[in-house]
Design a protein around this ligand. Structure first.
Ligand code: ARG
Length: 447
């Protein structure tokens, strides 16, 4: 357990109401001029490049909504892999925007984990100066499939960020602890997603397939998607990310996922959104938060996700409890279980049933081997007796024919018994192999 992750969350409150202690509060500063913004952005880009190549840490800068992607634009089909999705498949998916003087701008994705809380990425809320966006200007669109229409609008009231999220202090893994809790002004009725809990680690071990969703760029440097998209990607071993990213990848707080061959990935604008893992019997658990990557969908450059279901999961449960208390949620919205338990990977129950079904045939086959073995022993004994009887008959010259006939029969009986034993042993071997395969399959399916 990394002790850093147990530090208390920082709360950024907006100017609403009386300001609290200044060190925990980030005040909204007046919007800088466009020129200053452009200069700072260029500076930020120049600073970001030498340390980690083209690694994308900074919040995506996308054109304001409505300029290029009206609702009349047909859904894009050619994206960074993946396909179109409908919000009904991922009803917890949130679209975050910031509504400022110059119009509103798309920020990021997010996930409803609580009727009053959306979980997103910490970097999503920083402006180009590294300052937290005015939270009351953050729009939270829920229940929306199209990029620019439909759904219900909520507003952010406050933002809770782990105190450990500190790109400068955490260098070289600057984007560690990239998660943040956005408290909503009104409770939403949208279905929420639970973060995968400590008993559910099998859901996100390397090789497991998860789905990442968002309205992010449809190719590196490209426009955002006009509809919600989904892409299936496997979790990868840490080495797949430490290889290309070196120390920027922190295996404690980050998970590596993507297609090493390239072509399928999350991209700018997907940040903060869910990487969700399917659960046996239906549904999903949140197992990652879109965080960063070098470019998008490049070969050998997988996506990096906040490892929210790993060491950080304790902080998720604890922070939500703190928020419920500090923000004085009503009892109806308190004590909400945001961390899951008991969910298993798809196919696990079926593989367990198959394993249970593979046991009895082995027992039956073994019983038959024992039984046929007994028959072989008895037939062997009978043959011995018959041989003796033949000898005796020959010596006495009496009943030779009938003794010989019995010897012949005993011989045949033993032959049949041996055949039977061989068959039973083959059956037992088959059943044993089937059991071994079922056991391996259960292990593969259930983890
Ligand atoms: N930082 C980006 C954002 O703010 C997400 C980048 C994800 N990149 C990737 N290759 N998976 O939207």
């Amino acid at each position: 357990m990394d002790v850093r992750s147990s530090a208390p969350p920082k709360k950024y409150k907006t100017l609403r109401g009386a300001p609290g202690p200044s060190h925990t509060i980030v005040f909204v500063t007046p919007r800088k001029s466009l020129l200053a913004g452009v200069v700072a952005l260029l500076v930020a880009l120049v600073l970001a490049v030498p340390s980690a190549g083209a690694v994308e840490f900074e919040r995506t800068q996308l054109p304001g909504a409505g300029k290029t992607h009206g609702s009349g634009v047909p859904p894009q089909t050619r994206i960074v892999g993946g396909a179109a999705a409908d919000i009904s498949q991922f009803p917890w998916q949130a679209q975050l925007r910031v509504n400022l003087v110059g119009g509103d701008a798309f920020l990021c994705g997010g996930s409803v984990i609580h009727p009053l809380i959306v979980l997103s990425a910490a970097h999503c809320f920083l402006d180009e100066f590294g300052e937290v966006e005015p939270i009351e200007s953050v729009e939270v669109w829920l229940g929306r499939t199209a990029f620019n229409s439909g759904g219900e609008l909520n507003f952010g009231v406050s933002l809770w960020q782990p105190a450990n999220y500190n790109p400068e202090a955490n260098f070289p893994h600057s984007n560690s602890f990239d998660y943040a809790f956005l408290v909503l002004d009104e409770a939403t009725g949208q279905s929420r997603i639970q973060v995968a809990g400590p008993t559910e680690r099998a859901l996100w071990t390397p090789g497991r397939i998860a789905t990442v969703t968002g309205w992010g760029a449809i190719f590196e440097g490209g426009p955002v998607s006009s509809v919600l998209k989904q892409a299936q990607i496997p979790f990868l071993a840490d080495q797949s990310c430490t290889g290309p990213y070196g120390a920027a990848f922190d295996p404690v707080t980050m998970a590596c996922a993507g297609v090493l061959a390239g072509g399928t990935d999350s991209c700018q604008g997907d940040s903060g959104g869910p990487l969700q893992s399917p659960v046996d019997g239906g549904g999903f658990r949140l197992t990652g938060i879109v965080s960063w990557g070098e470019g998008c969908a490049r070969a050998g450059r997988p996506g990096v996700y906040t490892k929210i279901a790993g060491e950080l999961v304790g902080s998720v449960g604890a922070t939500v409890a703190t928020i419920e208390r500090e923000e004085e949620f009503s009892p109806e919205f308190s004590g909400i279980q945001v961390v899951g338990s008991g969910a298993r990977p798809p196919g696990c129950a079926a593989s367990e049933a198959a394993l249970a079904g593979a046991g009895p045939p082995v027992a039956a086959a073994n019983a038959l081997v024992t039984q046929r073995g007994g028959e072989v022993r008895r037939a062997t004994k009978a043959l011995k007796i018959a041989k003796k009887a033949v000898k005796k008959a020959r010596r006495s010259g009496k009943r030779v024919r009938s003794a010989t006939r019995r010897l012949f029969k005993a011989n045949r009986r033993l032959k049949l018994a041996n055949q039977g034993l061989t068959d039973a042993r083959r059956e037992a071997a088959f059943a044993g192999e089937a059991l071994a395969a079922a056991t391996a399959n259960r292990t593969a399916s259930c983890g």
